[in-house]
Design a protein around this ligand. Structure first.
Ligand SMILES: [Zn+2]
Length: 335
């Protein structure tokens, strides 16, 4: 029954995501020639492709793990590049003074409080100590982060909940505000900063361009409340002792779940794997066409970011037991 409800709720956005896969969204893992074939996408393998990941096929669990490992390495590079994107060069306090919103004495007072406690953003101290109109504060932030202040309207939380898993939304203070059409662009909004790494990961996951912008604090929390009141795609947060263990677990899960396709992106050391599964068997009877249902897995490997240099050495008893346990736990929730 849960699957049936899920199908109704997730259909629009998830089908859009599935369509992106069907069209063979850009991936650096394989060539255009390979993407159009049904053979195994790993180099030098002539096996028949059975398991789908990033629009590519793998013939076996070993080959699927090779695709996953390549994706992890590529995602590490992409998330690092996104994190290096320009940070604000102008201090918020200077912008507020230039705007005439605060004076030098008020800025110095707030900075002293911040230094004395060693905590809190400057903006929080200023809000506490100065009568600071919310719109002026957000306008100053938009100058600092060189991004627009979004209009709060046309917000459809039930539709937007599938664009960002709730734990990532809450951890990084972001929320998907709307999707515009022709051209298709996603608006990702923040309250007091812009997380470019998250913005970039969201673009890669959905295969659409995304714009970052701000909402005033009141609007941001209103939107957050609205969004938390609707149903998100199913999610499972799992722990893995290393990237190797994570890849093994993900490979087994992709095979065991019969995923129709999957995609993975990295953000702040967390790997967000979204897989699309068939709905409940009652739908797959040939009368009602099965529709893909999204399922999110979040995993932050506990140790390091590098793979074991000797891949064959990773099949230790302890590692294998961890993978068995993880896979069983995930499938238990999936079914
Ligand atoms: Zn193969």
């Amino acid at each position: 029954m849960a699957d049936m409800v899920g199908t109704e709720l997730y259909t629009g956005a998830e089908l859009a995501g599935a369509a992106i896969f069907a069209a063979g969204a850009a991936s650096a893992l394989t060539t255009n020639e390979q993407r159009t074939t049904t053979g195994c996408a790993t180099h030098g393998c002539s096996g028949e492709g059975r398991y789908l990941f990033h629009g590519q096929r793998a013939c076996s669990r070993g080959c699927l793990e090779l695709l996953l490992r390549a994706a992890v390495i590529e995602e590490q590079a992409r998330s690092t590049a996104a994190a290096l994107r320009a940070r604000p060069r102008v201090l918020l306090g200077r912008i507020l003074i230039e705007q005439g919103t605060i004076n030098e004495v008020q800025l110095e007072h707030a900075l002293r409080s911040q230094r004395a406690t060693g905590a809190g953003r400057l903006g929080c101290w200023l809000k506490q100590q100065v009568e600071l109109p919310e719109a002026d504060f957000t306008a100053a932030l938009s100058i600092q982060w060189r991004c627009p202040v979004f209009r709060f309207g046309n917000f459809a939380p039930a539709r937007m909940a599938s664009y960002l898993p709730r734990p990532l939304m809450e951890a990084h203070g972001a929320l998907p505000l709307r999707l515009t059409e022709s051209p298709e662009r996603l608006s990702l909004c923040f309250e007091d900063h812009v997380d470019y790494e998250l913005l970039s990961a969201t673009e890669r996951m959905h295969g659409v361009s995304a714009d970052a912008g701000l909402l005033t604090a009141t609007e941001f929390w209103q939107a957050t409340r609205d969004l938390l009141g609707v149903r998100f795609p199913r999610i499972q947060e799992v722990e893995a002792s290393s990237p190797d263990t994570m890849v093994e677990a993900m490979g087994r899960l992709l095979i065991a779940s019969g995923a129709q396709d999957a995609r993975m992106v990295a953000v702040h050391g967390c790997y967000w794997l979204r897989l699309w599964t068939s709905p409940s068997p009652s739908h797959a009877n040939g009368i009602i066409a099965p529709e893909p249902v999204a399922w999110d897995i979040l995993c932050t490997p506990r140790t390091g970011s590098n793979f074991n240099s000797d891949f064959s050495d990773t099949q230790s008893d302890e590692s294998a037991r961890t993978v068995e346990h993880l896979t069983a736990a995930m499938l238990c929730v999936l079914r």
